[in-house]
Design a protein around this ligand. Structure first.
Ligand code: UDP
Ligand code: MG
Length: 325
């Protein structure tokens, strides 16, 4: 037995894709084997981790059947739909590979790219991002909403995720780092960029779904995803309330001063000034106090997330140790 064989795990989140996976999973396997060529394919053991994210169609049965035909397929099934992020996390937890590739089940991510990704990983990169050279055919609104999301996300977190997808290769070390994070609500793409391991990029063109169906993400799901991802990487929205409070209070003081002046000059209607002052100043004070609470909440929230203050690359320590000795 060859013990030096490395394992490559392919993690595939699957939600209601009973029809598609019957062809897409075999073609992913085929593409990897072909891409590596017979000689190099022998160096690796391939493992497919299909995570059935609570599909309501025949996905579970289809996967069970495929597992019997192809022992390299392992299937995990959720009790209900927990979302793609959770499916990716479960896949990473169950993958045993020295390198793990995350890829969609619908062939929108070209599997022919996996072999070149493995090549880059062999050359020492710990993360290989497949980056969209061009977005899939989508509506004007969708494209602009996505653009706005990436712009807001970048301005708040400092991470540029434009063109990024979940189609990535990760070294085992990176997978372990991700799994060690205590966060429950995750943004896979964001966390990988945040960790900043040595990485490379390969461009790809997003294919249409072979069965011509629409994305599983509706507008509401995407909006919730966007808000969750921004708030998971920045507490700025919470702090903005303070700035709003300061602005309101300043504005209130100006208007209030003006009302007072009018009162002194005898131009104001009786009682108007008092009401004006009360509303404006108290409103500003309330917003400001809310903002202060927001700041503490933000601190608490950052601590609660429990992200480590820094991450250490184990291989970097090893090589330094070697230099030192
Ligand atoms: N998916 C999932 N859970 C969900 C929605 C989608 O596991 O709740 C999977 C889906 O089966 C596919 C991948 O995530 O493999 C991407 O989904 P989809 O193709 O619908 O989205 P898009 O291509 O628009 O990103
Ligand atoms: Mg898709």
């Amino acid at each position: 037995m060859n013990t030096t064989k490395k394992t490559i795990s392919i993690v595939i989140p699957v939600y209601n894709e009973a029809q598609l996976i019957q062809t897409s999973i075999p073609s992913i396997i085929h593409a990897v084997e072909q891409g590596l060529g017979t000689q190099r394919a022998d160096l690796y053991h391939l493992e497919i981790v299909a995570v059935n994210d609570g599909s309501s169609d025949q996905t579970a049965q289809v996967l069970a059947h495929m597992q019997q035909q192809e022992p390299r397929i392992r299937a995990i099934s959720f009790t209900r739909n927990f979302g793609k992020e959770a499916a990716i996390l479960a896949g990473l937890q169950h993958a045993q590979g020295d390198a793990v590739v995350v890829i969609d089940a619908d062939l929108q991510h070209p599997p022919a790219l996996i072999a070149p990704m493995i090549k880059l990983w062999e050359n020492g990169l710990l993360v290989v991002h497949a980056v969209k050279a061009q977005r899939a055919r989508e509506s004007w609104l969708q494209r602009h909403l996505a653009k706005a999301f990436y712009a807001v996300f970048q301005s708040m977190s400092g991470l540029d995720l434009r063109g990024h997808s979940d189609f990535k290769l990760l070294d085992k070390q990176v997978v372990q780092m991700l799994l060690a994070l205590p966060e429950r609500q995750r943004f896979f793409r964001g966390l990988i960029s945040w960790a900043n391991f040595p990485s490379g990029q390969l461009p790809f063109e997003v294919a249409d779904r072979p069965d011509g169906t629409e994305s599983k993400w509706n507008r509401l799901k995407l909006l919730r995803y966007a808000v969750n991802n921004i708030t998971s990487f920045s507490s700025l929205p919470l702090k903005l309330v303070t700035y709003l409070g300061v602005a309101t209070l300043l504005f209130g003081l100006i208007i209030g001063g003006n009302s007072l002046l009018q009162k002194i000059e005898g131009k104001a209607i009786d009682g108007f000034t008092t009401v004006n002052l009360l509303i404006i100043i108290i409103g500003g004070a309330i917003l400001l106090s809310l903002g202060v609470i927001g700041h503490y909440l933000a601190r608490l929230y950052d601590e609660m997330k429990g992200r480590p203050a820094y991450l250490v690359r184990t291989d970097a320590i090893d090589s330094k140790d070697k230099e030192a000795s």
